[in-house]
Design a protein around this ligand. Structure first.
Ligand SMILES: NC(=O)c1ccc[n+]([C@@H]2O[C@H](COP(=O)([O-])OP(=O)(O)OC[C@H]3O[C@@H](n4cnc5c(N)ncnc54)[C@H](OP(=O)(O)O)[C@@H]3O)[C@@H](O)[C@H]2O)c1
Length: 240
């Protein structure tokens, strides 16, 4: 690989479970110090303890990313404890599904507040740290639904298309600061978001696992800083 990421610092949102947890632990395994954000303290504490077992520093901060003030306080805490970020993993998000006319308007709005405004709040707060360093990486987890709409996913798809466009535009803006803005677009990944309480019973050989995405993120981060894959789409090989 072209560069080692050992000793860097990453902030990961939604690190309490699923893809965010796997990303934080895979980064810790690579020697990256991790700062983690979500709303549930107990879940974050457990992941932080696991991360520290790889010999890195791990800090947690509680925030609902849809609230800018909470995000600013949380990022401030992580910066004090770990130092400024080299890597931001914009992962926290929620899924909302149902026929267009049946989704509660408040739930529709909330999907945008978390997925779009939440991602914006975190990026807006962390970006100055990367600009100051004149380099760094922002990986955002959009979705295959952010590239193609499907029936009953108006809120989720709409929000992920917005994330996609925002990150594409930001990518063009901050390349000149040596900041690589990367968007991942996974299809179904086996997490609580998709399988709920049935997660443990799901077929691990058949469905993409959070660890698969985490390994992909690390491989993207290890590319020589002169190159980046601006967008990638992950599919399960044979989920049928
Ligand atoms: N699973 C899939 O098939 C799939 C496919 C494509 C894209 N994605 C995207 O991948 C990302 C992670 O999904 P996942 O499947 O790992 O979901 P998950 O298992 O439900 O985990 C979501 C994480 O985000 C945190 N979170 C949710 N709302 C938050 C908020 N308002 N503020 C702060 N943290 C919040 C959750 O913690 P708290 O509840 O404690 O806050 C949790 O740690 C999401 O953006 C999702 O849209 C998932």
């Amino acid at each position: 690989m072209a560069q080692s990421i050992e000793g860097k610092t990453a902030y990961v949102t939604g690190a309490g479970r699923g893809i965010g947890r796997a990303a934080a632990l895979e980064l810790a395994r690579e020697g990256v110090h991790v700062g983690m954000i979500a709303r549930t303290e107990s879940a974050l504490e457990k992941v932080a303890e696991e991360a520290r077992s790889f010999g890195v520093n791990a800090s947690i901060a509680i925030a609902d990313i849809s609230n800018l003030e909470q995000v600013e306080t949380a990022i401030g805490m992580l910066k004090n404890e770990l130092g400024p970020a080299d890597i931001l993993i914009n992962n926290a998000g929620i899924g909302t599904y149902g026929p267009f006319l049946e989704i509660d308007p408040e739930e529709w709005k909330r999907t945008f507040e978390v997925n779009v405004f939440g991602t914006y709040h975190v990026t807006r707060t962390v970006l100055p740290q990367l600009i100051e360093k004149n380099g760094g990486d922002i990986i955002t987890i959009s979705s295959s639904s952010g590239l193609k709409g499907t029936a009953k996913s108006t809120a989720y798809s709409g929000s992920k298309f917005a994330v996609q466009g925002t990150m594409e535009a930001l990518m063009q803006e901050v390349r000149k600061n040596n900041i690589r803005v990367i968007t991942l677009n996974p299809s179904l990944v086996a997490t609580e978001m998709t399988f709920g309480e049935e997660l443990e019973k799901s077929d691990k050989e058949k469905y993409m696992q959070p660890e698969d995405l985490a390994e992909h993120m690390v491989s993207l981060l290890k590319l020589h800083p002169r190159i980046f894959i601006k967008q990638s789409l992950q599919w399960a090989t044979n989920p049928f």
